[in-house]
Design a protein around this ligand. Sequence first.
Ligand code: CP3
Length: 363
Amino acid sequence: MTTDTTGTAARDGEPRRGGPADSPFVRACRREPGPHTPVWFMRQAGRSLPEYREIRANVPMLESCRRPDLVTEITLQPVRRHGVDAAILFSDIVVPVAAAGIDLDIVPGTGPVVAEPVRTAADVERINPIGRDDVSYVDEAVRLLVAELGDTPLIGFAGAPFTLASYLVEGGPSRTHAKTKALMYGDTELWHALCARLAEVTLAFLRVQVDAGVSAVQLFDSWAGALSEADYRRYVLPHSAHVLAGLADAGVPRIHFGVGTAELLGAMGEAGADVVGVDWRTPLDVATRRIGPDRAVQGNLDPAVLLAPWPVVEAAVHRILDEGRAAPGHVFNLGHGVLPETDPEVLTRVVALVHELSARPAA
Ligand code: CP3
């Protein structure tokens, strides 16, 4: 037996066992069999947890994202409490955009609000390239977390160009994305210039996280479901594909997720994902037919079901695990983020239930 620098025991001549790269989560992303179906929750670190609300009481959101001590503690909270199979870095999709020089804030109960919306060529020029020094707090937090987490993988993440562009062009959250689409259809050249800049910022942000040791990345294109497949392919896919292709040699699985994307699932896979996130509207067996055999799926419990009585939750977990068997790999998750009013005890029970129902005897 020898011990490598990560403290992982390995027999000479045999592939290395143990460590986050061999975890149930990373194995499922790679479509390899594992001991059970892995589970984590989008927005698992956040307002559903009293310990989160306490630590955030007097610290604004963006400031908390820039303090490695707080990022580390908040990221670890749901891992300790629920026993999830992966941690997700506590940050926000607008953190790299702020680092790129855009004046913005995250307003409680609203979301990101941009001081001067980005709508002209001169505005696009204000988005600067970023490097590690611009987000050194993320580099530091990931390194601290990787040391703390041991065999539990850490997921890094970023926002995809379309979803980031929507916040920048609208100036804040939008139901219709009307100004964003007006720019996309009305000045296609400027649209592509904006998305190309954002793709570089996103890629650089993810690179920092990969270099610091995350075991997987998730590209959130939360609002891509606002587009038809034809428009998605024309205006959005090339930019997301640039980000995902830029990580092809990073050696970590790439998850690609959006909401309301039933019609886009195939295209989002083609953009270069190893795992496609599916919301609750599309059963995982149907989603798998649309995505194809070369990618795993992640999802897809409706977050609102967690507010229902336990037998309802239990039945939904059974159904999703059954439907997920059609996929070449399944990471259990919600169809979107945990709602703040969710009882954390229910999340803990879901983790235990997924593990119990999916347990496979060791090969
Ligand atoms: O546990 C985790 O998932 C990690 C943390 C995380 C946050 N934001 C923290 C956060 C992640 C992965 C995100 C991503 C994010 N941010 C997305 C993509 C995922 C999705 O939900 O679709 C988007 C669209 C944003 C933009 C954003 N930031 C929104 C819509 C909000 C919520 C606004 C609100 O208060 O209702 C935020 C703020 C935010 N980001 C909070 C957290 C924990 C709430 C801040 C608080 O505690 O007040």
